[in-house]
Ligand binder design. Structure first.
Ligand SMILES: *Cc1c(COP(=O)(O)O)cnc(C)c1O
Length: 401
């Protein structure tokens, strides 16, 4: 992948050759995230967006504390989805004013921690209002709340749809006016709206359309709000290319569309700050998963490279994290990047299940035992989104380099 340089046939990650990095980590498998690539990504994204749009990191994409610590300094806020993530975000030094907490099924204890922390809570049910009223009274702190709206439209072409139709997320748009009235009499501090229509989208015009529709929906709902909207989170959904034939997201139309929305905000919702919350777009391409070849065997003409890690560490690369059709992630033999000698192989992990497939009949450099298999585009939904206890293998270390 072009974001990582190659030196003498070896991939370079965080200015270190892969074999040296593996020695430094002290074991395989491992995940490595490249600091400079994270910095560059935020910088180039900001350059493409209008000044004044706030950028939040949705940390469920990669909750490694060191990554969150770095991202917290680069972006304007962190979005969390559990009390565990809340603790990491606050430990990372994110100002509580810039943390927001979304997710269905927030437990009373989590809501209490959120109110005591002073973070913004995205309401996803009427029950949460009643619980927050009790907590706010008990703590003497009014909860800061926004309403997460389940829009009456979808983000077209999304890898995962999270809005439109019946959803467990947010409040149906048509039920929001009544909820706003309830908030008005509750003593809670209303701050705005949160909309999140979908994820992993590579179609800029679909994203633009969803953002404009989200803005217009928020504007209609603002008429029922108990106070001015000061925070308007339009979601994100920016995708990254994982598979052959996928193109990088073109940010130009998205920047231009946000510019049009900003212009409308100035006159129509003058107190509001626009927020985008992005997970994978910020971190996916900066990360790799590295696993070592422990065996090489041939079955009826098909070559298998058997590695020391697989779907237990990287469920998404095995095709079992929400994918409808399994496709190969970009994979390479990281210590043979210049090899001319290639062959068609399948890379499988050490688990006793045919699901443990990292590369299905891919053309890779001819590899031997001890070579290092690299899975690219692995900085998001990797270590924390995989069943690490499955089959009793050791957990996978992560390094930020
Ligand atoms: C998962 C999630 C995100 C991040 O999605 P990505 O595809 O990683 O950008 C952002 N916001 C909410 C509410 C989410 O649930």
């Amino acid at each position: 992948m072009r974001q990582f340089p190659v030196e003498d046939g070896e991939l370079v990650v965080g200015s270190q050759r892969l074999s040296t990095l593996a020695a430094r980590v002290g074991q395989t498998p491992f995940y490595a995230y490249d600091r400079q690539l994270l910095v560059d990504r935020v910088r180039s994204l900001r350059a493409a967006l209008p000044v004044g749009v706030k950028l939040h990191y949705a940390m469920k994409a990669n909750p490694m504390p060191a990554v969150v610590g770095l991202m917290a300094r680069l972006v304007d806020g962190v979005d969390v989805a559990s009390a565990g993530e809340l603790r990491i975000a606050l430990d990372a030094g994110t100002p509580p004013a810039e943390v927001s907490f979304a997710g269905p099924g927030k437990r009373d204890g989590e809501l209490r921690q959120a109110v005591a922390s002073g973070v913004l809570i995205n309401l996803e049910s009427g029950r949460e209002i009643a619980v927050l009223q009790r907590i706010s009274d008990a703590l003497g702190l009014p909860a800061r709340v926004a309403v997460r709206v389940n829009p009456d439209f979808e983000l077209k072409g999304s890898g995962m749809k999270m809005g439109g139709g019946a959803r467990q997320f947010g409040i149906d748009a048509e039920a929001v006016p009544a909820m706003l009235q309830q908030i008005g009499g509750s003593g809670l501090a209303f701050e705005g709206f949160h909309l999140f229509a979908g994820s992993q989208n590579l179609r800029p015009h679909a994203i633009c359309e969803a953002q404009m529709k989200s803005y217009e929906l928020a504007l209609r709902l603002a008429a029922y709000a108990p106070s001015a909207v000061c925070s308007l989170n339009l979601g994100g959904g920016f995708g990254v290319p994982y598979f052959a034939g996928e193109q990088r997201l073109d940010l130009e139309p998205i920047g231009a569309n946000l510019q049009r929305i900003m212009a409308r905000v100035q006159s129509e919702m003058p107190h509001a700050c626009l927020v985008l919350e992005l997970g994978r777009y910020l971190v996916a391409e900066a990360g790799i998963y590295v696993t070592r070849v422990v065996d090489r065997k041939t079955s009826r003409g098909q070559v298998y490279l058997v590695t020391d890690g697989g779907l237990n560490h990287h469920l998404a690369a095995s095709g079992n994290f929400g994918q409808v059709i399994r496709k190969n992630y970009p994979v390479a033999i990281g210590n043979r990047m210049d090899a001319e000698d290639t062959e068609r192989v399948s890379v499988v992990g050490p688990l006793c299940t045919p699901l443990d497939l990292i590369a299905d009949r891919m053309e890779l450099a001819s590899a031997q035992v001890d070579d290092l298999v690299v899975v690219f585009q692995s900085g998001a939904y990797g270590a924390s989104a995989s069943p690490q206890a499955f089959l009793g293998h050791a957990a996978c270390p992560e390094v930020l380099v």
